[in-house]
Design a protein around this ligand. Structure first.
Ligand SMILES: CC(C)(COP(=O)(O)OP(=O)(O)OC[C@H]1O[C@@H](n2cnc3c(N)ncnc32)[C@H](O)[C@@H]1OP(=O)(O)O)[C@@H](O)C(=O)NCCC(=O)NCCS
Length: 190
């Protein structure tokens, strides 16, 4: 089986109000500035450090840069790294799927940026990897994130009751997925 590799070291797509690109070492300060926010952390897994320091940002950026393929995208606005879209490939029989996670700094909420950036990132990911399915897990209270996924074309596949425990309480997890269109899947050289 041939695994497709993204041999590109960098990608950059400039849009009207933001740029989607790969991470750079110099992003640590603005990454820490925007991600050190409890309103973001409350919607993410506990594996994300909070408070989020510049040292945490340095660790993240080193990890991203050590990866063989591009799995992590930076959302840049006005020259600052203000958001993130990251893919985590699944393994074993699910190895052609990946989970996606994303956030953007609070000053940039509700400007349509993540919806547009996620569309771009998913198209890029399907085109440059062997993945045919991307899924996302959203806490029950996170209506903006569900709206983003719906606008991008994800379908809700189910609600896993009390599947997550966050901030001292059980939360239902809403699962979403998007599958690469058949033409694209058919063209993959697996
Ligand atoms: C979720 C998040 C990434 C959305 O990013 P964004 O750039 O603000 O998203 P967009 O502007 O593209 O779209 C947001 C949509 O949610 C809608 N929305 C906002 N608040 C809402 C609410 N309380 N209830 C329902 N919809 C809401 C907006 O109106 C918009 O939909 P519309 O275009 O139909 O009007 C951002 O809020 C964030 O970073 N949140 C914290 C981290 C997080 O939740 N990450 C996802 C974990 S699964």
């Amino acid at each position: 089986m041939k695994i497709l590799k993204m041999n590109l070291v960098k990608m950059q797509q400039e849009k009207e109000n933001y740029t989607l690109r790969t991470w750079q070492t110099e992003d640590a300060a603005s990454l820490a500035q925007y991600l050190n926010n409890k309103n973001i952390w409350d919607n993410c897994r506990d594996g994300l450090p909070y408070p989020y320091s510049q040292e945490d940002a340095n660790v993240f950026l080193s990890m991203v840069q050590a990866k063989e393929n591009i799995q992590d995208f930076c959302i840049e606005v006005n020259g600052e790294a203000v958001g993130s879209i990251g893919f985590v490939p699944a393994t074993d029989v699910e190895r052609f799927s990946a989970e996606v996670g994303y956030w953007i700094g609070e000053p940039f909420w509700n400007q349509g940026i993540v919806t547009d950036a996620l569309k771009e990132a998913i198209n890029y990911y399907f085109e440059h990897t062997d993945k045919v399915r991307v899924f996302a897990v959203v806490f029950e209270h996170n209506s903006p994130s569900m709206r983003v996924l719906e606008k991008v074309g994800f379908k809700k596949t189910g609600i896993f009751r009390k599947a997550c425990y966050k901030n001292g309480r059980f939360i239902d997890a809403h699962h979403f997925e998007i599958v690469a269109d058949e033409k694209l899947v058919g063209n993959k050289d697996l």
